[in-house]
Design a binder for this molecule. Structure first.
Ligand SMILES: Cc1cc2nc3c(=O)[nH]c(=O)nc-3n(C[C@H](O)[C@H](O)[C@H](O)COP(=O)(O)O)c2cc1C
Length: 349
């Protein structure tokens, strides 16, 4: 076997492991929470609204969404992943919600699996995000590879995920993060679609967000702590006791999602902002938006549903939308704009 085939086989196995571990093991953070439990909506018993007037539609990066939801980046590269992506994409199309795919590095290394990511045919109107690890820019990836992954998906934007902790724990992780900001900046100015910077569950601080925005990223996905713990996922795949221990020690590392949203919004009032990391129902989504996010992403809940059936994914989307709608109704807000600019959400001590 030649070297590139070896690398792509490893990347493909890793994708299969991630799905299996996420579905079979407890990989949620143990102690740290998304921080949204520190807030409570003020109930309005007199909303002065007709329920059927509530409008969840919004625009993000110039594209219309039926609801402020994102199916967060997860998978691709295997047969099972292709089925999962198809189910997710079909539901995204039905509800006009945004969708990301998992890291497309495997599709660059092994073009014959590119099709497992190619969901545009199922989701012609959906805001679609391609995905690559930012650190790959230090490992021979450049504009050409980024253009290729955008092209595979006919994506509206490219997510660069930034995952230093995961790379530390992962077997043979790519840990040279030196000089990355400059490379991200050059990419932002050359790529014809917007670049979104995203963590994978450890959060982005306001200080780093500020640097990323100055570098030219068009949007931030905070992917904060409180949900799926990639330290735990990688500890389940550990090849030695050191990696296993590292994964366990850092299971609860990171910045809670709520903290990322409020601190980034405070320094960047206009940056398109995605809340994600540990959001588990429509109340979480509505709270994240009331705190200043524009849309909200969920990964694990959509993975669990997609592993079951397309119907289960559709059911989840329907429930999330009903929950967000109920928050708006019971706080007397007819639109997301009103929710965001109201004082409906209070911090509780
Ligand atoms: C099976 C699985 C695979 C993932 N793969 C990627 C990936 O390739 N790229 C990425 O940016 N994030 C990836 N993530 C991280 C999610 O997009 C998300 O940031 C993280 O899981 C936290 O969200 P959650 O608590 O809703 O699961 C993956 C998540 C899951 C569950």
């Amino acid at each position: 076997m030649n070297a590139p085939t070896n690398i792509s086989a490893q990347t493909q196995n890793r994708k299969a492991d991630h799905i299996r571990i996420c579905l079979e093991e407890d990989v949620q953070c143990d102690q740290i929470t998304n921080g949204l439990e520190r807030y409570r909506f003020t109930h309005s018993c007199l909303p002065e609204l007709n329920h059927n007037e509530i409008d969840l539609s919004t625009t993000f990066l110039g594209k219309h969404l039926g609801a402020p939801l994102l199916i967060s980046s997860m998978t691709g590269g295997t047969e099972q992943a292709a089925i999962i992506n198809q189910r997710l994409a079909q539901v995204a199309q039905h509800y006009k919600i945004a969708m990301g795919v998992g890291s497309q590095r495997v599709a660059v290394e092994k073009p014959q699996v590119a099709d497992t990511f190619a969901v545009r045919k199922y989701a012609p109107d959906v805001l679609l995000f391609a995905n690559l690890g930012a650190v790959q820019l230090n490992y021979k990836y450049g504009l050409d590879e980024c253009l290729r992954v955008v092209d595979i998906l006919e994506a509206d934007a490219l997510i660069l995920h930034i995952n230093p902790l995961q790379e530390c724990i992962q077997s043979k992780g790519d840990t040279n993060f030196r000089g990355l900001l400059d490379k991200i900046s050059k990419l932002c100015f050359k790529l014809p679609v917007p670049v979104i910077a995203k963590e994978v569950g450890n959060g982005i601080s306001a200080a780093i967000a500020q640097k990323l925005i100055a570098a030219g990223v068009a949007a931030i996905d905070v992917a904060g702590a409180g949900g799926t713990s990639w330290a735990k996922v990688e500890s389940e795949r550990a090849e030695n006791p050191l990696q296993r221990r590292l994964g366990r020690t850092f299971a609860d590392w990171g910045l809670p999602t709520a903290e990322c949203i409020t601190t980034i919004r405070a320094i960047a009032p206009d940056v398109p902002l995605i809340a994600s990391g540990g959001l588990r129902h429509g109340l979480d989504v509505a709270a994240a938006i009331a705190l200043g996010a524009d849309i909200a992403g969920l990964a694990m809940p959509f993975l669990q549903a997609a592993a079951t059936s397309e119907t289960a994914v559709a059911e989840l989307a329907k429930v999330l939308i009903a929950e967000i709608t109920t928050v708006l109704f019971c706080t007397g807000n007819a639109t997301l704009y009103q929710l965001k600019h109201s004082s409906s959400l209070q911090r509780i001590e």
